[in-house]
Design a protein around this ligand. Sequence first.
Ligand code: TNX
Length: 674
Amino acid sequence: MTIATKPQFRLETLWTPAKTDTQAVYALTLTNASDRPLRDFRLCVSGPARIDPAAVVEGGTLLSRLSNHSEFAPPADLVLQPGSTWTVKAHGMSFAPQHWTDGANSAYLVLADGSTAPISVVPSRAHGDNAELKRGAVIYPVPKVAPVAVSIVPWPQEVSVSGRLTPPLGLDLTPEGPEAEAAAQVFSDLTASLFPVEGIVRPVAEGGLPATLALAGDLAQEGYVIRFSPAGVAITGGTRAGLLYGLITLGQILRGARLHPATFLFPAGGDIRDEPALGWRGTHLDVARQFYSTSEVSRFLRLMAWNKLNRFHWHLSDDEAWRIEIDAYPALTEIGAWRGHGRKIPPLLGSGPDVTGGYYTKAAVREIVALAATLGIEVMPEIDVPGHSFAMLQAIPELRDPEEAGSYYSVQGFPDNCLNPVREETYRVLEVVFDELIELFPSKIIHVGADEVPLGAWSGSPQALERLRTVAGDEMAAAHAKRLNVVTNTHGADEIDGSGAAVLQAEFLARVQGFLASRGCVTGGWQEAAHGNVIDKEKSLLFGWRTVEANAELAGEGYDIVVCPGQVYYLDMANSPAWSEPGGSWAGWSDPEKLYLFDPIEGWTEAQKKHLRGLQCCIWSEPMTDRGVFDRLVFPRLSALAETGWTRPERKNFKRFEALVGLMPVLYGFYSEH
Ligand code: TNX
């Protein structure tokens, strides 16, 4: 029998913002709750708020830090008696914490013999703010009276239904032909998985309403028509995906009428004609900062399909981890997929001293890609290079230029995290990686990242400086060399345009794109991939994460673009500025209403709109250290995004959305009343 013991150590963190006469301070208080004195130890913490190397630390010493992992030593000779506390304070953070998830979310002790001891971490507090910390998706109660009689999200193009049937208990599907059979099977699996005991697909004998399914030649790609009659329903679709969408609409109507019969009905006549406004209706998921298992990703894909989202941007590598098996370089996952004390990648963003992480085997990737295809979802993999490559470089240190001197830092505080664009080794390894990816992903769009290369990238690499001299002249190379060892050398975004780093990144991208094009692939990249205007517009797809205007400009220059402005479509951003809300703040805040009402192409000209491929949200996972935070941040904003992608602007209506969205499922099942 094991007996639960109370945690031996506890860490509380408190953020006090600056006032006119006092500096901001971030205080970390360790309590020794054990029955023995604690001496000779170091305190390791991690969490999004980074303690700058330039920070002034009081009450202890900052021994080392890597991105948001910091290691503190107490004053020499400190003995922490049972029940007593030690506080270390930092003045000068990389950014001012704004939300409870910004603070430390994992911590442990390193003891004199090198062993570690766990610390239980209390969610971070802001001075004077005692509001209850939020987790779980906000519940949108279904109202007694809704603005519409049928429940469908995203709202269709044309709904002209009439009459009312006693809500059927389910649907008895009669597909005609192989495509319809496949759609029926997928829908049956999808509903069994999302709503296991509802029996949405069931025979007439169990109360199923007959529904026929068939392809029709005259409908748009993902379009469908549903015709209602008292005796049953007929669905036609332009493709298998169209049929599936018709079934999903019908399933949503049925759930609404069955679960909320006083509010919604099941029609007896009339029809629904539908097709999407935009082709690319996507969501990105960052599986590097937090790992999501195959079963989580699978359920996420099913939720996407239920929202009629059709593109999954799978962010498989970043500084903090590498998540996909590559046969030629097993070290990428052996080293890059795991974090832990004493490993090549330390505990970061909620991971503790023990080894945690994971990666997708090729079998798992195939399974996910196949599941996605059945759900009408194309999967685009992303390997984020040349920046954001700390994990990759830790796994394959030979990729580093042995001559490279000094350090530069990324915006997230990683040192020297970029692949070197002028070394052949870089391309040798990357081409093998890309070939393995191409073999796994039928999508033919390979996203190569290209975001947030630090201003000082490669400023200590003689080879890189030499190349810079050749392509951009002595002055540029000399200016670039001066960026070495600048501690707060960030500006990893459009601000680097025109710098030496941007010139070198452009060279890199041109070569990578050439390679991918030789394999018949389009190169995807974050918007910084346009720096220097060197990539081939015909063979690239940009992901615009900054402003509506910046995206319009890129589209105007002829780049095909998927828009995902961070201030609204980055779902890691909190719902409001309150400390009690989890999430980030750097790009802005957006609640579901703001996201719903946001027009991502406001003011675009017709010429610019020609290059709009669609939109997506991005689920960066730094703050999502607990699954209740994931649910709060992602839902129902995911559905608000889905409706913006599917429903034409003139048919959007937030009041309607608000009344219907409570019926949409979430990933983990964490809910909150407010
Ligand atoms: C910026 S914008 C990033 C990510 C972070 C995200 C957090 C862009 C392409 N990169 O590395 O996770 O901000 O919001």
